[in-house]
Design a protein around this ligand. Structure first.
Ligand SMILES: [Zn+2]
Length: 416
């Protein structure tokens, strides 16, 4: 028994999408003349060449250094940039069966849904549409009364938490999401049970302080708002916590109240930023979902100021060296259907990331967050060929990420 336990503890299965893609086409494709942006933050290669064979990138470099195989399908990349397929850390299907394929056509080749039953995706998987790689969590772990009963798996103690984590991973979860009523002791149990299986844990926080959740070992934090109570003086933080414990919906207006009052140059703010950096926690700000700008219909000064500070804090954690990633949340106030991801990238640039950093946040950094960086996340020889061709230079102007020209998933052009 001990040996078995040791073996189980030691075996770390690679994390996979639930819709493993079929055998890629054998053809050789050469994209020549484009600017190559590698997704790791390396210097762009102008007039570059990318060679794809049987679903994998086999060569990348300046045109002078790469031999194009005879018979390759040639793609003229003049005026275009090649970026890695975009990875979304926070996608919600919400019954919109056409959204995954629309996202794919906008360059998003991998999505992770941090809180929905895996079977919610059965319909779209069976539909015959070409869709992104799906990394799923199953329902999030929460306690009664849950904010989203249909997306929740309720656990009452350590044993239920550990069993719940194992059950979700057995069903195909490649991440575990803990939700905001789960107390710190059970967050720690979920982390221990998930890490034993090689699976990361990410958290949406309201009632648990982010410092406490990070100390419990979470790998990621969803939503910049999750840091709100950690930034407040204790009395104000407890007042917010009590309001949400009494009524889940108190968070909706309450979060802007919290953020309009946070002091980002305080010793407390420095401590939170230091902890995020020191613990190497992935931060998925999902700014776009909270965006309120002056002039929006019904916008209050508190909301506008609260959002402004959310953006400022995102820039602050990045400048300090935090691992910031892109999560779109699918449906956001300032983007048309299908463009929430691009809006999030633009807001990250407004927060102070360079366009290149925003691209890295959406590609290689997310691949690390998903624990799939050995095969996804960059334009490098040996990686799976998930690629996006955009017009212009997104490393100079992030809005170029809206000018998608072609998308390649697993070595095949989407839409061909
Ligand atoms: Zn969400």
């Amino acid at each position: 028994m001990i040996l078995l336990a040791l073996l189980q503890g030691a075996v770390v299965t690679p994390l996979h999408e639930v819709n493993r893609l079929t055998v890629p086409p054998p053809a050789v494709i050469a994209i020549a003349g484009a600017t190559i942006i590698d997704g790791r933050g390396g210097a762009p290669i102008t007039n570059g060449v990318v060679i794809v064979r049987a679903g994998r990138i086999v060569a990348v470099g300046p045109r002078a250094n790469v031999t194009i195989p005879r018979g390759a399908e040639m793609v003229d990349g003049a005026g275009l940039s090649v970026v890695p397929g975009l990875i979304d850390a926070h996608f919600h299907l919400d019954g919109d069966q056409g959204l995954p394929s629309l996202y794919l056509s906008h360059g998003i080749t991998s999505v992770r849904d941090p809180g929905a039953w895996i079977e919610n995706y059965d319909g779209v998987r069976a539909s015959g549409q070409t869709i992104p790689r799906l990394f799923l969590a199953g329902p999030h772990l929460d306690q009664a009364p849950p904010a989203y009963p249909e997306d929740s798996y309720l656990v009452r103690d350590a044993a239920e938490t550990r069993a719940g984590v194992d059950r979700l991973i057995d069903q195909g979860a490649s991440v575990i999401k803990v939700y905001f009523r789960l107390p710190p002791s059970l967050i720690a149990e979920a982390v221990s049970a998930a890490h034993r299986r090689g699976v990361p844990v990410t958290a949406h926080l309201e009632t648990v302080d982010a410092l406490t959740a990070m100390a419990a070992g979470v790998d990621g934090i969803e939503h910049i708002t999750s840091f709100g109570t950690a930034l407040l003086p204790p009395l104000a933080a407890e007042r917010y916590r009590q309001s949400v414990l009494a009524d889940n919906n108190a968070r909706r207006d309450g979060r802007y109240q919290v953020w309009s009052g946070v002091d980002l140059v305080s010793a407390r703010a420095r401590m939170v930023v230091d902890a995020i950096v020191r613990r190497r926690v992935f931060v998925s700000p999902t700014l776009a979902v909270f965006e309120v700008q002056a002039g929006d219909r019904g916008a209050t000064p508190v909301q506008v100021e609260g959002f402004r500070r959310m953006v400022a804090f995102t820039g602050q954690v990045r400048r300090a060296g935090a691992r910031v990633v892109v999560g779109s949340h699918s449906s956001v106030p300032h983007a048309e259907r299908g463009w929430a991801y691009q809006r999030e990238m633009e807001l990250l640039v407004e927060a102070g990331l360079s366009p290149m950093e925003a691209i890295v946040a959406g590609t290689m950094e997310n691949a690390r967050f998903f624990r799939v960086s050995a095969r996804l996340g960059s334009v490098e020889a040996g990686k799976m060929a998930d690629l996006v061709l955009v017009e212009g230079r997104p490393d100079q102007d992030i809005t170029a990420m809206r000018r998608i020209r072609r998308v390649m998933l697993n070595g095949a052009w989407v839409g061909n």
